[in-house]
Each structure stands twice: as C-alpha cells, then as structure tokens.
Design a protein around this ligand. Structure first.
Ligand code: GAF
Length: 401
C-alpha cells in the first residue's frame, strides 16, 4: 500500500522528492472507559493499524488534501485564509482542524501543503481513526514547518482541542494522547487529571488480545457522547455542594455511596457511579496486571462492560451479543466494549489455545443473530505517531511507472 500511496501522491502532485512520509496509529483501550473527561485513569495502547500520510510543503497558501479511502471527496482544496469547518470537506475537516488549532496556539503556517493519506483502521470501528488522522497532521506540520515548540503531549492536547472546537466532539484526551505517545508492546497507564503516565509492558505469554468489530455504528454517536459528558458535569456539580472535589475521579466508591443522594436524578447517579467505579477498576486492573494476576484483570474488564452497559448505557444490542458470546467461551479471560460506544468493537483477552474456537464460535453465532459478519483482529501493540523512512526505492522517481 505504501507504493500505491507514493504513486498517488506523484499522480496528483508531481514531484515527491522533497515530501515526507508519516504514520500515526489507531488505539484500543483495555480498561478505563469514559473516565478521561472525568479526571480518571485510562489504560489504552496504540495499534500497528493506523493512518499513513505523504505530505509536502507548497509555496502558496493553498492546502490540497486527498484520502485514498474516501476517493469520492476528490482532492479537497482550501486555503490558510479560510480555516472553516465545511460539511462538504468531510474527512478533511480533521486535518484542517489541526491547522486551525495550531493557529490558535500562535503557530500560523506561512505556506500551505499537499497531503495524501491512506489508513487501515476499519471505518466506524471506534479504534480512533479521527485521533489518528489529527495526530498524523500534527506530526506532518511539526516536521514540514520545522516547529519545535510543542512536545508530543502538547500535540495531543492541540489535536484534542481541534476535535472539541473545530469538529464538535467534546472528547477527552485518551485517544490523541495514546496515538501520540504509544509504545510497542506497552499499554499507557494515564492519569487524565495530571497527564502523568507510565508505560506498562503487556507480556501475555499464553494469551492474545483480540478486537472484535461488530461492524455497527449507531447514529448520533457524537451527540450521545456529549450528552454523557454533560450528565457527568451535572452530577459533579451536585456533589460539589457537599464535597471539595475537582472531578469524579477524585472519589472512591465509599465516599460516592455516602454522598450520591445529593445528585437526586437517578440517571445522573448511574452515570457518576460508572465514572467513579470505572476509575477504581482501572487502577486495580493495572495493579493486578503488574502482579501477574491476569484473571483479576479479565474479571475487571467484564465488570467494566457491565457498568458501561447498565449504568453508563453506551453499549448496544450487537455489542452485548458479542460480550455474552465471549464470556461463554472457555479460555476467555475478559471481554468488554472498547472506545466511545454505541457500536464499534469489543476487546477480549483470550488464551492462545482458545483463539480459534473464539473466532469460529462467536463468528457463527453473531452472523446468525445479527445477520452479518463480525471481524476479528489480533492486537499488535505498536509505537506512537512518527516520521517514516523515505530512503526506500518506492518513494523515489525510479519507482515511477
Ligand atoms: C472516545 C473519546 F474520544 C475518548 O476521549 C474517550 O472518552 C472514549 O470515547 C471513552 O472512553 O474514544
């Protein structure tokens, strides 16, 4: 595919010699869901699936953006003088949002650029294709425009800002942070209140992490996500009448149970209960993993799913079918929905000897119940966003047809 990407760049924009080649991963979250905008902990890892981009600086103020996955948009052409979100730009609003967010941080570009991208994160899977594209654009800008004032954490924050304020999804920091800071064979234990983090090696000798894609994405995902966020903010405001706290992540379950009635609205109590309990589960899960207690880690993943299903109500029928089926397969250590919810994927830890049965049994039963196939991927944990080597022959004119 790298060859095709380079060929497409040449076809659309001519000379590739002074272009750069970049990669930015997707992510899967092992545990710690909907905690990142509640000052809690998350435990995600970067994937080897992601978004590739070739980009080159221009001499005028035009930007040309082309996605090989979304050919129907053609080349989106816009200018540094018109950084607005437009519906007809579609996917290109993500890179544009990052250019806009750089400008908000007093980093205006002096020229435009041409960029062609291609990605292998399944569409609508909830494995963070948008954060991947945002951070890809971020590293393209840092490199092409020789910008040194932003760290990778700054870049994650800038990309989150662009998603919140240019693209209208009020997401937390987990996805952009993971995509920017990922490390091969490690998950990231991140405290979203302080952005302090540590890498935790994922060394599962006799088990694999499997992502199961339900291939459903229900409508209004962003508005339901934003609604959950508001519900948590309301619950927090009620608790703050009694407690000196900055976020739901400051609470343990005992304190929450003692004070939860001040929230009054039973729906808001359930939302806050999830945020508080999920944060506690995440901390405990990382402790269990470090102690080599993978069975405990798996049990906490299952509890996480139940909480997301019943208290936070971000699961859906198809995903619950997948987790119910997974829990019934012997050799499954844990299984839960991953990401924002309302469709997308589950993440499961499965003993090596059960992987084939897992895929076969769940595949068949899911097709029968839902009427279409699920997809299965074994997780390879990769590094964060980076510039790639362009010394390979395909990148140069001798690779031209
Ligand atoms: C989405 C958001 F982008 C993240 O910030 C996070 O809140 C996640 O949903 C739920 O944990 O991926």
């Amino acid at each position: 595919m790298k060859e095709q990407l380079a060929a497409k760049f040449r076809e659309l924009f001519g000379n590739i010699e002074d272009a750069g080649f970049y990669f930015s991963p997707g992510r899967v979250n092992l545990i710690g869901e909907h905690t990142d905008y509640n000052g809690g902990h998350v435990f995600p890892c970067a994937l080897t699936l992601g978004t590739y981009g070739i980009a080159r600086k221009r001499t005028d103020r035009t930007m040309h953006l082309y996605s090989m996955n979304l050919d129907s948009f053609g080349v989106v052409e816009t200018s540094l003088d018109d950084l607005t979100n437009r519906q007809d730009y579609g996917w290109a609003n993500y890179p544009l949002g990052v250019v806009w967010a750089f400008a908000q941080r007093k980093c205006t570009l002096d020229t435009g650029f041409d960029m062609v991208i291609w990605g292998n994160i399944p569409d609508g899977s909830g494995l963070s294709s948008s954060a991947s594209l945002e951070v890809l654009t971020g590293i393209v800008l840092l490199d092409l425009f020789d910008i040194h004032k932003f760290s990778m954490t700054d870049l994650a924050l800038i990309c989150q800002y662009s998603e919140n304020n240019f693209n209208g999804c009020n997401c937390g920091i987990m996805d952009q942070f993971t995509v920017a800071m990922g490390k091969k064979n490690n998950a990231i234990f991140l405290d979203t209140a302080t952005l302090q983090y540590e890498y935790a090696p994922i060394e599962l000798e006799d088990a694999k992490i499997i992502i199961t894609n339900s291939k459903v994405k229900h409508s209004l995902v962003d508005s339901k996500y934003n609604e959950r966020r508001q519900e948590c903010a309301k619950a927090l405001a009620a608790l703050q009448q009694e407690l000196d706290i900055n976020s739901l992540g400051n609470l343990n379950m005992d304190t929450f149970d003692k004070f939860k009635e001040v929230i009054k609205d039973p729906v808001l109590i359930k939302r806050a209960k999830h945020a508080v309990s999920e944060n506690q589960r995440t901390i405990e899960a990382v402790k269990a993993l470090k102690a080599g207690d993978i069975a405990r880690f798996g049990a906490l993943m299952n509890q996480s799913h139940i909480s997301l299903r019943d208290d936070y109500e971000v699961s859906c029928e198809e995903i619950d079918i997948l987790t119910d089926l997974a829990w019934a397969v012997s050799g499954v250590i844990g299984s839960r929905i991953t990401g924002g919810g309302f469709g997308g994927c589950t993440v499961s830890i499965v003993k090596n000897h059960s992987v084939d049965t897992f895929i076969e049994t769940i595949g068949k039963a899911y097709r029968k119940k839902v009427g279409h196939d699920a997809d299965f991927y074994t997780v390879d944990i990769g590094d964060g966003a980076r510039k790639l080597d362009t010394s390979q022959p395909f990148f140069h004119s001798e690779g031209r047809d």
